[in-house]
Write a protein of this length. Structure first.
Length: 124
């Protein structure tokens, strides 16, 4: 079994295998948009764009950070929500498996199934 470690920081997730970088997910892999909050908090919350919406481009998963008072804290909160999202965890596991060569793509499975020795052709 290969020892795989997950390393998290504010703007990226990296997966390292035996001190070899398999892949990185950085802030370039996300669409980051800001918006103004609603509800309690008064004029400051309603006028300033301190809330953050984070969308992962590959999966389409969207998370929001809007509970903190500053933009940077909300970015961190949105990113942590993304890292803890069940679908993002599945994506990371699948991508790690692919990088390690432990999972076949669907296309590879179809190619293997369509080899001549696997087909039975009957002519009528």
């Amino acid at each position: 079994m290969v020892d795989v470690k997950h390393v998290h920081n504010v703007f990226g997730v990296s997966v390292i295998k035996e001190k070899e970088l398999l892949f990185s997910v950085t802030k370039d892999d996300f669409e980051i948009t800001t918006f103004s909050g609603t509800g309690k908090g008064g004029q400051n919350r309603n006028k300033k764009q301190k809330c953050v919406r984070l969308k992962h481009k590959d999966t389409g998963i969207i998370t929001v950070g809007q509970n903190e008072r500053s933009l940077e804290q909300n970015k961190k909160s949105a990113f942590m929500n993304m890292v803890n999202h069940p679908d993002f965890k599945k994506y990371m596991k699948l991508r790690t498996s692919r990088e390690l060569g432990e999972v076949y793509d669907v296309e590879q499975k179809v190619e293997e199934a369509m080899k001549e020795e696997n087909l039975k052709i009957e002519y009528v």
